[in-house]
Design a protein around this ligand. Structure first.
Ligand code: SF4
Length: 335
């Protein structure tokens, strides 16, 4: 068995070519993931989280292209594979759980036929074997009376049950990696907890690796081993989850943590937020992308893009300044 990580993404760059210029949606992202581990990718909308995961799946719109870097999956660079070769990998080795189960399922086909289609695409099973297996995976994700529910249509399921069906489809071919893009955003809070527990339990059983794309730091704490914070197409901080919460080093991470609601918050005090808006991705480069929102911003921040530095073992931060230097500049750290 290889001792290399299951997935290594190295300096990935994915750009979108539009009439008004090139948007650098992912601009030099590096991370790795072992089997059985969960990586959380967090950041605001437009930070590049979903484009990073769609790049791994090679599910980019026509004007989007991987223009640099490597995506080594079991040592094979899938960034350079032909799309026809990716069809063998998608669903079988890497599968995806999308945010909205209603749009991910086809409303005119039964749940059973949609699961069996996934099974048949990658496994040579007879019709009866595929049907029995579809019943089994539906049972695994907690759908009651799975044999009967095979004949149901998506609209006959609740939102939480539909997301369970999506998870059943994602695990049907025993993938080595599951990418879950905001898998609980469309669900109410109690169902969110059930779906997250289900994913965790399935991971324990199967040893699959998970990339969890989310804007919810509470979900990251609960689910992930490591976390990558993205801002305007770049990684700004990358480390294990405990370190991120106990010793965050990037001003943007401080802002994200501060804006998380806490049970002890005074209900009369408005929630903290990060002032300003992310930059236009067509205009980034040559400076720190966060400079227009950062209270510690100095001249160099507007002139040079900070490189990722390892500030302690396994903890990478992209800021021109150390925590101590930021304290001298800004007085106090707003964690
Ligand atoms: Fe703020 Fe400068 Fe650090 Fe960017 S490089 S996060 S602008 S202090």
């Amino acid at each position: 068995m290889s001792d290399k990580p299951l997935l290594q993404v190295k300096d990935l760059k994915t750009h979108f070519f539009t009439a008004s210029g090139v948007a650098k949606a992912v601009d030099g992202v590096t991370f790795s993931l072992d089997s059985g581990q969960t990586l959380g990718i967090v950041g605001e909308s437009g930070s590049g989280k979903s484009v990073t995961s769609n790049s791994i799946m090679r599910l980019l719109p026509k004007n989007g292209r991987i223009v640099g870097g490597e995506i080594l999956f079991e040592d094979k660079d899938i960034a350079k594979l032909k799309i026809s070769d990716m069809l063998d990998i998608r669903g079988k080795d890497i599968s995806m759980i999308f945010q909205d189960p209603m749009t991910a399922l086809d409303p005119v086909f039964t749940i059973g036929s949609q699961i069996m289609e996934v099974i048949n695409a990658h496994q040579k099973l007879s019709k009866k074997e595929a049907r029995d297996y579809a019943i089994k995976v539906l049972g695994m994700v907690g759908i009651p009376d799975p044999e009967k529910r095979l004949k149901s249509y998506p609209h006959e399921f609740s939102g939480g049950m539909r997301q369970r069906v999506i998870i059943a489809m994602a695990i049907a071919c025993h993938p080595k990696l599951i990418i879950a893009d905001e898998p609980t955003t469309a669900l109410d809070v109690t169902v969110q907890a059930q779906v997250l527990n289900l994913l965790k339990d399935l991971q324990k059983e199967t040893g699959t690796a998970i990339i969890l794309v989310t804007h919810n730091l509470g979900v990251v704490w609960r689910m992930c081993d490591s976390v990558m914070v993205m801002y305007a197409g770049k990684t700004v901080e990358y480390t294990d989850v405990r370190t991120l919460y106990s010793n965050p080093r990037h001003p943007y991470t401080w802002g994200l943590l501060k804006s998380m609601p806490k049970i002890t918050d005074d209900p009369n005090v408005p929630l903290a937020s990060i002032p300003g808006t992310p930059p236009d991705l067509k205009l980034t480069g040559g400076s720190c992308n966060f400079h227009n929102r950062c209270k510690y911003c100095q001249k160099i921040c507007m002139q040079e893009s900070p490189q990722m530095k390892e500030v302690e073992p396994g903890h990478f931060v992209a800021c021109h300044f150390s925590k101590e230097e930021l304290e001298k500049i800004g007085g106090s750290i707003d964690e």
